[in-house]
Design a binder for this molecule. Structure first.
Ligand code: PMP
Length: 394
């Protein structure tokens, strides 16, 4: 905002627009580039696959890269015995719902208010336009607030005969890095097992960002029945997958897709997995922690209230005095100040395109310092401007 930035070139954690302005990428290429832009290993994997195989769709005649990738991913993600490929997170979630409904023979799906799972008609949420979708698609969807175990239990009790699955992002990302409180995810795992309902973790954003095995490894809870991954999975190229229990993945759903299993994409995906080591995850998470604590330290004494949320490498900023733990509390924050901050940081060289942001493997400590400087000075400026003009700070 207030206008799109056209990128002319970029490497690592930085990109330059057509006017010559350089930005630190705070959103990892919309969460698709954990290794940064133009990583040499990705570039060379793509080049090799392109020159030896070309880039047709891969589904009908898979390349060995497909099995190499599947083996690597299933070895990392707890509970992953088999996988289904998809070209995007939206399609992977579509398949996850089909798998769950086919396996259980039930239709109802419980989702979180403010959760985003892509473009499936049934899963479009509060922030997405529903124009042009069939209203009936949402008939079997029950919505509960994130971080509220009592509400999840009540929904399961009310619909226990018909619920196939509960779908949740380990950290809500669209409303701004809303992290679990207490052991919410572990408790959800226990609750869904108690009601014999499948737990689908939508790890399209967190999966390749928190730990090699995703959120269940990072937070330490029993594996979900299905895990959906995408975005960073392809090293910047489009790929996604559903992994999980073999018996569920073996359901004979329709999942044919021209661009799933593309050999060039999967070559990049294999390279990305190999470069995403446990040490790198620890380094990136500690940069995320430093970013969040630095932001907290700078905003504590300001005349406007600010909440800093997030976990691992991800952070969110909310202009409110209330604790932000679900969609409603995030939505109640001051949006004008958020937008003002976005303009300020953009003018000062931070590339931010969504409310969840933070470091990637391509960042260094100097980038964290730079991000903190820019966020801090911008928030200080807008807080003074807001108190001077008596903008509502809610
Ligand atoms: N799930 C989550 C949690 C997402 O953040 C997104 C994309 N923002 C999707 C699913 C959809 O993925 P895609 O855009 O690749 O269809």
């Amino acid at each position: 905002m207030p206008h799109p930035i056209y990128i002319e070139h970029g490497t690592g954690a930085h990109f330059t627009d057509i006017d010559g302005n350089t930005f630190l990428d705070c959103n990892a290429g919309w969460n698709a580039a954990f290794l940064g832009r133009a990583h040499p290993a990705i570039t060379s994997a793509v080049h090799d696959a392109m020159t030896t195989l070309g880039a047709p769709g891969g589904s009908m005649h898979p390349s060995p890269k497909r099995d190499e990738f599947a083996r690597l991913l299933c070895a990392r993600v707890p509970g992953a015995e088999k996988m289904v490929f998809a070209p995007s997170g939206s399609e992977a979630n579509t398949y996850a719902l089909r798998l769950a409904r086919s396996y259980t023979g039930k239709q109802t799906v419980i989702r979180m208010a403010g959760g985003y799972h892509g473009q499936h008609d049934a899963l479009l949420g509060e922030q997405s336009s529903k124009t042009g979708t069939a209203p009936a698609a949402q008939n079997n969807i029950v919505t509960v607030p994130f971080n509220d175990l009592t509400a999840a239990r009540a929904a399961l009790e009310a619909h226990h005969d018909t619920v196939a699955a509960l779908i949740v992002e380990p950290m809500m990302t669209i409303p701004g890095a809303i992290h679990q409180r207490g052991h919410y995810l572990k408790d959800l795992r226990t609750l869904t097992t108690e009601f014999d309902v499948l737990l689908i973790l939508d790890e399209v954003i967190t999966g390749c960002r928190f730990a090699q095995g995703g959120a269940s490894e990072y937070y330490g809870f029993d594996p979900a029945d299905l895990v959906v991954m995408g975005k960073m999975l392809g090293g910047g190229l489009p790929t996604a997958a559903v992994v999980g229990r073999g018996a569920i993945l073996e359901q004979p759903i329709s999942a044919s897709n021209t661009h799933a299993q593309n050999p060039v994409t999967l070559a990049a995906a294999v390279a990305a997995l190999e470069l995403s080591t446990a040490d790198e995850y620890r380094r990136v998470a500690s940069m995320g922690e430093r970013l969040r604590s630095g932001l907290r330290a700078c905003t504590e004494s300001l005349p406007i209230p600010v909440q800093i949320t997030g976990d691992g490498p991800c952070a969110g900023i909310h202009f409110t005095s209330d604790d932000v733990h679900d969609y409603a509390s995030a939505d109640a924050a001051n949006d004008d100040l958020w937008r003002l901050m976005c303009v300020g940081i953009t003018n000062r060289g931070l590339g931010l395109t969504s409310r969840t942001f933070g470091p990637t493997i391509a960042w260094t400590d100097t980038d964290v310092d730079h991000a903190l400087d820019v966020f801090s000075s911008t928030i200080v400026d807008i807080s003074h401007a807001a108190s001077a003009t008596e903008v509502s700070t809610r």
